[in-house]
Design a binder for this molecule. Sequence first.
Ligand SMILES: [Zn+2]
Length: 245
Amino acid sequence: MCEICRNEKPAPQACLSRRGLLRFFGAATTGLALAGTAGAKEKTPPKPQNVVSPDASLELLMSGNKRYIGGDSRRHDFKHEREALVGGQNPYAGILSCADSRIAPEYAFDSGRGDLFVCRVAGNFANDDTIASMEYAVAILGTPLIMVLGHDACGALDATIKSLKDNTTLPGHLPSLVASLTPAVKAVSGSPGDPLGNAIRQNVIDNVAKLKSATPILSAAVEQRKLKVVGGIYRLRDGRVELIS
Ligand SMILES: [Zn+2]
């Protein structure tokens, strides 16, 4: 049995990768309690309430979103939260969100410090860097759920649609963003309904699939049912996160 992932017949590459990650991040894991990771069995997690199943993690997110929508967000004791998290972290969910200032995942899910592992980039797409970040969250911190979070009126997708339509090249580094979002825009080109709304939805669906199939770490965690990857769209008007996958 693999001591690290506790899989009877682990994929050799996945185990090696996890070992590599653990070696690399060894010092940073001090104080963590990670199910199935060597050297962490005797540790107490900084937030024991965050050691949950993928389904329970999703329930935590959605119940937090309900409080946020209703204006019933909890008051956070940041002083004691900070102190409790000096030695480590065990967030209950990873969020791949747009950088848009109106989204703010920690607020949208009424979560505290140490609850969410958030990667943000305009257009909420997965690239090597965000996949690597999520690999760290899942393999090292034991995060059981990742949500790709799109939102209404996404400027990055709107710019991509216009750039493709007008056949123009945007200035600076923006063409890199456009290239990452083009597959979703092209996939729904010609579909009925609002082109921007369709592209926002498709982009979430595409990136959920990309994270689920990201070998060797995320795909193995999904296969072993240690990880779920879901998609949501944040509605600007009322703050509701609509699950779409
Ligand atoms: Zn956006």
